[in-house]
Design a binder for this molecule. Structure first.
Ligand SMILES: Nc1ncnc2c1ncn2[C@@H]1O[C@H](COP(=O)(O)OP(=O)(O)OP(=O)(O)O)[C@@H](O)[C@H]1O
Ligand SMILES: [Mg+2]
Length: 313
């Protein structure tokens, strides 16, 4: 079930990578981003020559946030969910670090549509800014409709279980209506689509907590913090379950045939979690991943992992 992660030996300098004029400005979202093309002869084989990548910096207030996106990629691979290769990078001209994320669709033949674009069609008053009406029952209605019309391939229930499982493990609070979506392919015969990989995973892993504060946390502090964790999506407007674990449990009750595959995703040990990320400590960056930051991330994930195993096994 696990996916083999793409592992870099050194941080990538993207200063000389060609900027993509068409995609260089991203109005969507809160973090500064550009799109660039990888060189024809990249520094390491994990980079696809000539491919477009997103360079995504941290929020100003949390300079090491980009590491959360990279750690989330590694954890996604360990779970075996669909995540996009993500690396540590910097720009030697601007001295800024960023997450370097492979483009997840093929521009020539495919297009990406954020779920929010559909949900807004379904509810004319959909609050696009905060996504206050974002809920799984409506998401289900949308995906069911696309599947019934033969546009969306099957497996969307399992996709949502994967998303809820992954988000509960990393503590992601930001899977809003524009942080998931569909990739469309148009051929002469028909239009078809599939769910995009899980992207924008960096509002997670306790990135908003400063390590000098959390170093004093007791077990009770960890438990309190984790129990407050909320997903962005609610179960339904009538039944607004949002806690990471309660929501996953509700979805598993609704779709019992997804449970077995979800259980199989947790087939690793807590040591595997650290093994999946420890090499990141040796990457030499202006904003390195500190040992304290990684220890905190792992501590949070170990708690969440135990809760998930209790819930599923
Ligand atoms: N790897 C990728 N390939 C193609 N398009 C992407 C990729 N990552 C993101 N996008 C597109 O860019 C948009 C913005 O990216 P993303 O959601 O990662 O950042 P963000 O919304 O600024 O993050 P945040 O909300 O945490 O500040 C997405 O909604 C999606 O349309
Ligand atoms: Mg986003």
């Amino acid at each position: 079930m696990r996916r083999q992660p793409q592992i870099q030996a050194a941080i990538f300098d993207v200063a000389s990578w060609e900027p993509d004029a068409e995609f260089s400005v991203f109005p969507q979202g809160a973090r500064a981003k550009d799109a660039v093309f990888a060189p024809e002869y990249p520094a390491e084989p994990v980079i696809v020559p000539g491919k477009r990548y997103m360079v995504k910096r941290s929020k100003r207030s949390y300079p090491d946030q980009f590491w959360a996106e990279i750690v989330a990629y590694r954890v996604g691979c360990l779970l075996g969910v669909n995540v996009t290769p993500t690396f540590a990078a910097w720009n030697s001209r601007t001295n800024q670090c960023a997450a370097l994320i492979e483009w997840f669709y093929d521009d020539g033949h495919e297009s990406f549509v954020m779920a929010g674009d559909f949900l807004q069609q379904m509810h004319k008053d959909f609050d696009r800014k905060l996504g206050t009406q974002h809920n799984l029952l409506d998401n289900m209605r949308l995906l069911k409709l696309l599947a019934q019309n033969g546009i969306l391939e099957s497996g969307w229930r399992q996709w949502w279980i994967d998303a809820l499982l992954f988000d509960a493990l990393i503590g992601n609070t930001d899977r809003h209506q524009d942080n998931w979506g569909l990739i469309f392919t148009r051929s002469k015969q028909k239009i078809s689509c599939r769910l995009a990989p899980l992207f924008d995973n960096g509002t997670s892993l306790g990135h908003e907590r400063f390590t000098n504060h959390v170093s004093r946390w007791t077990d009770i502090d960890f438990q309190r913090y984790i129990s407050k964790g909320r997903h962005h999506v609610k179960w339904s407007l009538k039944d607004p379950i949002q806690g990471h674990f309660a929501l996953l449990q509700r979805a598993l009750e609704q779709w019992p045939d997804t449970r077995e595959a979800a259980q199989a995703r947790l087939n690793f040990s807590s040591d595997d979690l650290s093994d999946a990320v420890v090499d990141l400590l040796k990457l030499d960056a202006i904003n390195p991943l500190s040992n304290e930051r990684l220890v905190f991330m792992l501590h949070l994930m170990r708690y969440r992992f135990t809760l998930l195993r209790n819930l599923l096994l």
